[in-house]
Write a protein that binds this ligand. Structure first.
Ligand code: ARG
Length: 302
């Protein structure tokens, strides 16, 4: 590392390490906006399934090019939101906590996701409480950040804590545009937390205004080094991104966030999912992380 005579040395990306990821995605073969369950969805506005497929394919191809594994769940006719697989469950150490959707339009998706987890070697716990999977649950270190206010209930926060035996931190969303936690917080590096380093080791990014005062205070206290994004970047779903600890896939419209990521030594990769934003979803929404049992991971690595 070279010293810099004038300004402090920027964090070099060499300090950030890309971690292997395994994801579940669903082709938007049946994508359309035929109902409205969030402020982004306007059924009278036309959608283009071919554009959605092309943009989705680019996301898929980018993950594969980065060396990640991507599994696919079959799309089901009549379930246009199934492309947003992040809502299909929450998985840690080979255990899958199934979804239970808030809106009846998406309720039938749960059985499809649960069946996929069971058929693919995950130990499934079906949900009793209403929750929308990784849309509202984010793993940061050993802690589960859990969103409520619009979709997942507080009772599901207790349930997810029981299923995984981990600390759960409840956060309340207040702006209907940011109705899932993954629209307001991005986990940049779940391994290297603020505890392990100085300001260069920020591991989450978030939009403070999306939360109530108590939640803002919790976030400020726990993640003093976090990137706080501007409202403009939040508005274009900039936080709805996927990171492997080095490469961060973000919307090309989140230009301020892009610069913040570069300053911190991350490598932003711009992926346009404008068509899927018509359904109120972005990069993270289309991506569910499949965290295998740790033994299985070690097996794969060796
Ligand atoms: N139309 C979907 C819904 O409103 C979009 C889901 C976006 N997913 C997410 N993880 N934020 O449920």
């Amino acid at each position: 590392m070279s010293t810099h005579p004038v300004s402090p040395a920027p964090t070099s990306s060499a300090e950030r390490v890309a971690q292997h990821r395994r994801y579940l995605m669903c082709r938007p073969d049946h994508f359309t906006v035929s109902y409205s369950i969030n402020p982004w969805m306007v059924p009278s506005r036309p959608t283009n399934t071919e554009t959605a497929l092309r943009q989705w394919q680019n996301l898929y191809d980018t993950y594969v090019a980065l060396g990640h594994e991507v599994e696919l769940i079959d799309p089901v006719p009549g379930l246009p939101d199934m492309v947003y697989t992040a809502n299909g469950g929450f998985l840690i150490d080979g255990v899958a906590y199934g979804p239970k959707f808030h809106f009846p339009e998406r309720a039938p998706e749960a059985a499809h996701f649960n069946a996929w987890f069971a058929a693919n070697g995950f130990q499934l716990t079906e949900a009793v409480e209403v929750n929308e999977g990784e849309g509202d649950f984010l793993l940061v270190g050993d802690t589960i950040l859990a969103g409520t206010g619009f979709r997942s209930t507080g009772d599901s926060h207790r349930e997810v804590g029981e299923v995984f035996g981990r600390e759960v931190v409840s956060l309340t969303l207040t702006d209907p545009r940011f109705y899932h936690l993954d629209t307001a917080i991005a986990v940049l590096d779940p391994v290297h937390g603020a505890d392990h380093g100085g300001p260069d080791h920020a591991n989450i990014a978030y939009l403070p205004q999306a939360f109530d005062d108590a939640s803002q205070a919790i976030l400020a206290e726990r993640y003093p080094d976090a990137i706080r994004v501007s409202e403009a970047d939040g508005d274009v779903f900039g936080l709805n991104s996927a990171s492997d600890g080095l490469n961060v896939l973000i919307s090309p419209r989140a230009t301020g966030f892009e610069a913040q990521l570069r300053e911190r030594g991350y490598n932003p990769i711009l992926i346009d999912l404008s068509e899927l934003l018509l359904g109120g979803g972005g990069i993270k929404c289309c991506t569910l992380e499949l965290r295998a049992a740790s033994g299985e991971l070690r097996g794969r690595a060796s």
